[in-house]
Design a binder for this molecule. Structure first.
Ligand code: GCW
Length: 721
């Protein structure tokens, strides 16, 4: 037998090779044998959803129809697209395509922008206008050759089309005839990384930074380039590489020169680099005695600094600002507004077509807890709504999905409907700061979809959050979605193999928020684990149920994740929310629980929503159970729509959640032998650990609420009834 087939490492991966026949076939072609190496390495999770595992022979054979991979044009991104196509088809279908340039001389996949395609085949016109980054996959006969055309109005769109085609093929779809246009929902599809220059990552759970170590840009940026490839494969077009709690040193000229090396490895993948900046930079590192945004010297400082950045990085994307928040300095130091601060930077960026993301996460963390009218949830709207229209058109207000801070359940931020003349982006958190820190399973796409689909009913008309952030309601030029990813040096990027579904899902939703969570997780599972039906069924069910499982043993009825908010944001710690200025209050006392945010008797937060949404939340009778304690302070004996009392719901949901967490272990164990050992064991140990943690959570919360309320569990699990 061929020595490659005898290789014991290859044999352990038989699951992916679809039997000995496939092995033998692959082994006969040396080129394909070399392709096995990255495919084996994929079992560490390093290749994520780009494993390009071999598909079954009959499906693979279909791709022999296209011996050529022809590129029209020679830009860096187009060349990357061609290389990716050749690499992908080699690995997935086992056939080696001939790369070429210019017009096809054989049956081929043809890559090029519309302009280039027009010269080749003037009659070939897309069925609709292709917006930036949108692409068209089209089977066509060109000058007598059977072709599969991948075209777009930009090079980057062509690259996205290649990834889309490869995804279809890797999922075993046959593409005999295709005519498909895909357009991105919004222009902004970015990730943020909260990486510090010393290499640590704030709220990162997948190892140290892939960009920085010991105060410098890493010498070896291989991982940064691989990350850009992953991002591009799901249509993400920008990445902010450093923490929003920004070190001023990032803007030193010598550091910008180092950062340009990261931009170099992003560039082939069409990912624009951006930086977070400290607003006090003109003073703390720039030699001025002020950072007042209205001071002409400060204006000039930003102009020169931004020019310098573009000299180093001509395709630089823009700057992200966190100011007047959690101890960061900001325009309030000079009595100036966020608009003053955003605009001074925006004007420096404007000639270069760069944008400013100004974060709406501006709040006072020294709020007086005794004052029942105080409410951190009101801060973003209070600070930004009055400034609507005052921001330059290259400013984007970056708004967290909920009004507090990435809790396991929050309503959509009212600010999404509160900016009519300002561009906005939603900030979602891929890294699971408050949702189990990658040690527990929590697939967040269903949660994000609830927010994106939420209808704000602006002016009495439908206005979903996804339409608002995409600029479709108020006709903004830009806007979109930003995800805080925080990948690290761990081979599998996020620390946990199953957590990668969140990064994939973020990209897919940013491209098309109408995709269902089920479709997204099905795609991700097939690409990451293969097409074994047992495996698909189990993993998709586990992922889809996991947010509710996590919610049910951590944060009931919208009270927030009842975690240790002063410490690790991970362990149960319901008491840490109260009696401090941070404002993540649930106001649990002996009589009841929940924040009264009503107009009638509470903080008035509900006033920030359009009238129809106010009506939904203002009355406990209409307010959905799962947000009841976010909006209302109610007695423990308050009856929910479900017919249960609040207290009994808390007990039941915590017991049910812990049971379901334990069930995840048995669901996973059914997959023994269906998943490679490495990932099987890693995931199993995480789920077993989670089952234990769920019991700790259940007991801590149930005992705490019993001690407070004095009301026992009807089923006698917590205290005698
Ligand atoms: O949730 C909080 C986090 C901080 C983070 C902050 C923010 C980067 O606990 O670690 O700081 O949000 O979003 O700015």
């Amino acid at each position: 037998m061929n020595p490659i087939v005898m290789n014991p490492i290859v044999m352990t991966s038989a699951r992916l090779l679809d039997g000995a026949l496939r092995c033998a076939l692959i082994a006969t072609v040396f080129f394909c044998a070399s392709a096995l190496l990255p495919f084996l390495a994929a079992e560490t999770g390093a290749e994520a959803w780009l494993r390009y595992a071999a598909i079954d022979l009959p499906t693979a054979k279909a791709y022999e129809r296209f011996p050529g991979a022809v590129v029209l044009g020679d830009s860096l991104v187009l060349k990357t697209a061609q290389q990716e196509l050749v690499r992908g088809i080699d690995q997935i279908a086992g056939s080696t395509m001939r790369g070429g340039t210019g017009w096809p001389r054989e049956n081929a996949v043809v890559l090029g922008t519309l302009r280039e395609l027009h010269a080749l085949a003037p009659a070939l016109l897309p069925p609709q206008e292709l917006r930036a980054d949108g692409y068209w996959l089209k089977s066509a006969n060109i000058h007598g050759h059977e072709c599969l055309v991948i075209t777009a109005s930009t090079d980057r769109g062509v690259l996205y089309g290649v990834f889309a085609l490869l995804s279809k093929i890797a999922r075993g779809q046959r593409v005999p005839f295709i005519d498909e246009v895909q357009q991105p929902y919004a222009p902004i599809r970015w990730v943020n990384e909260w990486d510090n220059l010393d290499g640590r990552i704030e709220r990162g759970y997948g190892g140290p930074s892939i960009f920085f170590a010991q105060g410098e840009v890493r010498g070896d940026l291989t991982r940064a380039g691989q990350y850009a490839r992953l991002l591009a494969s799901v249509g993400i077009n920008g990445c902010t590489i450093n923490n929003v709690n920004a070190a001023p040193g990032i803007l030193e000229d010598s550091f910008v020169a180092q950062v340009s090396r990261i931009a170099d490895v992003f560039r082939p993948w069409g990912v624009q680099l951006s930086l977070s900046v400290d607003l006090s930079s003109p003073k703390v590192m720039g030699g001025l005695d002020t950072f007042d945004p209205l001071d002409p010297r400060v204006r000039e400082w930003w102009r020169k600094k931004v020019d310098e950045i573009y000299r180093n990085i001509p395709d630089f994307g823009g700057l992200v600002v966190k100011a007047d928040s959690e101890g960061r300095l900001g325009p309030s130091a000079y009595g100036r507004t966020p608009a003053d601060a955003a605009n001074v930077i925006a004007r420096a960026l404007k000639p270069h077509r760069g944008v400013v993301f100004y974060r709406a996460f501006v709040y006072n963390h020294h709020l007086d807890w005794h004052n029942l009218k105080n409410d951190r949830a009101k801060a973003a709207y209070d600070n930004f709504h009055p400034l609507d229209g005052a921001f330059d058109d290259n400013v984007i207000i970056q708004i967290k999905n909920g009004p507090i801070d990435f809790q396991v359940r929050e309503p959509a931020s009212p600010l999404f409907a509160g900016l009519r003349r300002t561009s906005e982006a939603i900030e979602l958190q891929i890294t699971q700061e408050y949702t189990g820190q990658q040690r527990q399973l929590c697939f967040l796409v269903p949660m994000w979809k609830e927010v994106l689909d939420f209808d704000m009913r602006v002016d009495g008309r439908p206005a979903s959050v996804k339409d608002l952030v995409a600029g479709r309601i108020f006709h903004r030029l830009t806007g979109g979605l930003v995800g805080v990813a925080n990948v690290g040096m761990d081979a599998n990027w996020l620390g946990s193999p199953l957590a990668m579904a969140n990064l994939y899902g973020f990209g897919r939703l940013a491209w098309d928020p109408s995709l269902s969570a089920a479709k997204i997780v099905d795609e991700w599972t097939r690409l990451s684990f293969g097409s074994d039906p047992l495996l698909i069924k189990a993993i998709t069910a586990m992922q889809l149920g996991s947010w509710h499982v996590y919610e049910s043993y951590t944060g009931p009825l919208g009270a927030g994740t009842l975690t240790n908010i002063l410490g690790n944001h991970y362990d149960p710690g319901p008491e840490s929310s109260e009696e401090n200025g941070w404002g993540q209050w649930h106001r649990a006392d002996r009589q009841g629980i929940g924040m009264d945010r009503t107009r009638a008797t509470g903080t008035g937060f509900i006033d920030q929503y359009p009238p129809e949404v106010q009506a939904l939340y203002e009355s406990p009778a209409r307010c959905p159970d799962n947000l009841l304690l976010f909006f209302h302070h109610v007695a423990y004996t308050h009856l929910l729509h479900s017919g249960k009392t609040v207290i009994q719901h808390v007990y039941d949901s915590h017991y049910d959640g812990a049971d379901r967490a334990r069930d995840l272990v048995s669901q996973w164990m059914k997959l023994a032998g269906h998943v490679d050992d490495e990932r099987y064991r890693d995931i199993l140990s995480r789920l077993q650990y989670q089952a234990g943690e769920a019991v700790v959570w259940r007991d801590t919360i149930c005992n705490w609420i019993y001690r407070l309320s004095g009301i026992g569990d009807r089923q006698g699990r917590v205290a005698p009834h």
